[in-house]
Design a protein around this ligand. Structure first.
Ligand code: SF4
Ligand code: SF4
Length: 661
């Protein structure tokens, strides 16, 4: 009969060879792909590992799933000491962690964490079999059940090993409250040391073979994220501008139409997906009944990659594996990217594929019209450039032309705020606020063109570059300190996309500037009477630009009581207009995201105001309130609507008082 070291060496060699072969097959497309190395800012990268892996920051957003994952994760770290001891001890029988406290505190930890892994396993089984979250639909169930079985075998094996060892040595340890108590029970029920020794040997092999099976199984399953999540998080894009770097339009094919065009990081994303469905759960396009699930996108691309970039019927990636309807359903709200616990980027993959689809001329008619307008007039409405500053005509003062004279603050107004009659009144209110605060500001008049943010997210990189280059050239002729805008989409383009083209500006959202002015006592507001309102975080101000507090601060400073919706701040729910969706047909939706959102606000007690801070939100939510027929229950207002200048109302009050006298 083979001795334990020889048998262990043989079994380990077989299973490890399988594990390595399966890992090689999975990782081959990643290693073969091109793309820039991401070796900069190692400390920032490690910080992400600390928060996302060690502290489970993103996973803990779901309390139940986060708890079970944290228990499993910490249990595996502690129990790794047992596995090391089993393998090393298999070759060197005198090896043990006893000098490092295995007979005392380490043994205690091993006992407790083994029990906690079983608790976590029970929670996972309960979640999958009883709770059945919708986000698991279309995930690989067989994989999950196989891994539960293997975890049960690993931990069950090592627990039994510890129990029988204590019976065999007739020394149940007081430091091992669980295995020690069971060992005592077996002893008192008559188990002999000899029988325990045999049982320990069986448990040893169960444990060892289960660990090896686990290692061999994992590379071919979604649970490989246990290993790939760490590099995937480490090599993440550190800044928003790195997520969608500028591309060289002359350099070759634009976008990604074939799987082999993906760079190594996108491919590492694909092999790291845990199929948890958190991205799908927060996707507004998915909730609207459109054929888009970020989870399915990642899974389908991964399967296509594993199939060598070919599939039945010779389908290609774009308009094959991923349909145009799916690609153009995305609002680029980023919710999927922020929800993913392993930092996968479904949205940037969609944009890459949109670029290829646009190159092929696969554009729906409404989008085609908007893009044609932009090309012809520099704005999506197709209005003559001369009319861009027409909204200023209702103001009691003339706005400076920043192209002709220096200004402290250059106001990049944006298309909707300039041209859309539903928003122009708000634009004028902002102008009055800035003027009342004594801000030295001006606009670009017809020199301004669409910032190109949504054009770029639609995938029309050429049109974006034309618009951005024109704006950058105009801005280069102006003298200013900072740029302000009411449009979060414009804010993002000027801050990140233009930075990628080498143009760097200090750009503020108007809510940030107004808070600054109030803090400096340059703007005094009249207090409202405590009306309860809720606030919608625009995707491009919140998730993209990290600003959640300035709008809330303004609402409070104006004297309103703010009640947040459940889906607020980072977890905000998109209005459905971003990523060029505002220019596209929404008739295929089962429920518009904006209507879904208004219903969420209506469910709050006593809320009568729905406050926004983005021109597109004003348009989307006013239409939603109208479509739902709830104008009498909730009013959509921009933050600027809430801010009443103290000085401006004083004369009116005096008149009223005089009239009353
Ligand atoms: S960016 Fe938003 S709309 Fe697009 S796939 Fe992600 S969650 Fe869905
Ligand atoms: S992409 Fe991320 S959030 Fe979506 S299913 Fe995969 S791991 Fe989960």
């Amino acid at each position: 009969m083979l001795g334990r070291p020889v048998a262990l060496a043989l079994v380990s060699a077989i299973f490890l060879a399988v594990a390595l072969w399966r890992s090689f097959r999975v990782m081959k497309p990643v290693f073969q792909a091109s793309g820039a190395a991401r070796l900069d800012r190692p400390l920032d990268r490690l910080k992400g590992l600390w928060t996302d892996v060690a502290l489970h920051r993103r996973l803990r957003r779901k309390r139940y799933a986060g708890t079970l994952h944290a228990l499993m994760f910490s249990g595996f770290i502690i129990l790794f000491t047992v596995t090391i001891e089993s393998f090393v001890g298999g070759f060197f029988p005198h090896f043990s962690f006893a000098p490092f406290g295995e007979a005392t505190w380490l043994g205690l930890l091993q006992d407790i964490f083994a029990a906690l892994v079983f608790v976590a396993l029970g929670m996972a089984i309960y979640q999958r079999a009883v709770i059945k979250p919708a986000r698991f639909k279309s995930s690989n169930q067989k994989d999950a059940w196989t891994i539960y079985g293997l975890i049960g075998a690993v931990v069950g094996g090592l627990l039994c090993e510890a129990i029988f060892h204590q019976v065999a040595t007739s020394a149940p340890s007081p430091w091992r409250p669980i295995t020690g108590s069971i060992a005592k029970l077996l002893q008192t029920s008559g188990m002999s040391p000899g029988a325990a020794l045999q049982a320990q040997a069986v448990a040893y092999w169960v444990h060892v073979v289960a660990v090896l099976s686990f290692l061999a199984y994992i590379p071919g399953s979604k649970h490989r994220h246990m290993f790939t999540a760490i590099p995937n998080i480490y090599f993440r894009a550190l800044d928003k501008k790195d997520e969608l770097p500028a591309i060289d339009l002359e350099a070759g094919p634009i976008g990604v139409s074939k799987i082999e065009q993906l760079d190594w990081k996108h491919k590492l994303d694909l092999v790291s997906c845990t199929e948890c469905g958190r991205c799908e759960e927060v996707c507004p396009a998915n909730a609207a009944g459109l054929p888009l699930s970020p989870k399915k996108i990642v899974m389908d691309m991964r399967d296509h990659m594993f199939a060598g970039g070919t599939c039945e019927g010779g389908l290609q990636l774009v308009d094959g594996v991923i349909s145009d309807e799916t690609l153009f359903a995305c609002t680029t709200c980023r919710a999927c990217m922020d929800a993913c616990p392993v930092r996968i980027e479904p949205m940037t993959k969609l944009i890459e594929m949109r670029r290829a689809a646009i190159e092929e001329g696969e554009v729906e008619p409404m989008l085609q019209d908007a893009l044609a307008n932009l090309q012809r007039t520099g704005n999506s409405q197709g209005k003559p450039a001369k009319q861009r500053a027409k909204w200023t005509q209702g103001l009691p003062f003339k706005l400076k032309d920043a192209r002709k004279e220096p200004v402290d603050v250059l106001w990049f107004v944006g298309d909707h705020a300039s041209f859309d009659p539903r928003v122009q009144e708000i634009t004028r209110k902002v102008a009055l606020l800035l003027d009342a605060a004594g801000v030295d500001f001006g606009i670009l008049y017809e020199g301004e063109q669409n910032s190109g943010n949504d054009v770029r997210r639609v995938g029309e990189e050429g049109a974006f570059e034309t618009l951005a280059t024109a704006n950058i050239a105009t801005l280069a002729q102006c003298s200013f300190q900072r740029i302000v805008t009411t449009d979060p989409h414009t804010l993002n383009a000027l801050r990140t996309d233009y930075a990628n083209l080498g143009a760097h500006y200090t750009v503020l959202h108007y809510t940030q500037l107004l808070v600054e002015l109030i803090d400096a006592d340059k703007l005094r507001l009249r207090q409202a009477g405590g009306k309860v309102v809720t606030y919608h975080d625009p995707c491009y101000l919140g998730r993209y630009s990290g600003e959640f507090d300035a709008p809330r601060e303004l609402i409070r400073r104006a004297g309103y009581t703010l009640q947040d919706m459940d889906r607020s701040r980072e977890n905000s729910f998109c209005c459905g207009a971003g990523g060029g969706r505002i220019w596209m047909d929404d008739s295929a939706m089962t429920e518009r995201p904006s209507e879904n959102r208004i219903k969420e606000a209506l469910a709050l007690d006593g809320v009568s105001g729905f406050i926004v801070s983005c021109p597109k939100d004003t348009i989307m939510y006013r239409a939603a309130v109208q479509a739902l027929g709830v104008e009498d229950r909730i009013m959509v207002q921009d933050i600027a609507d809430l801010l009443v200048i103290e000085e401006a109302v004083a004369p009116q009050e005096e008149q009223t008082a005089a009239a009353a006298a």
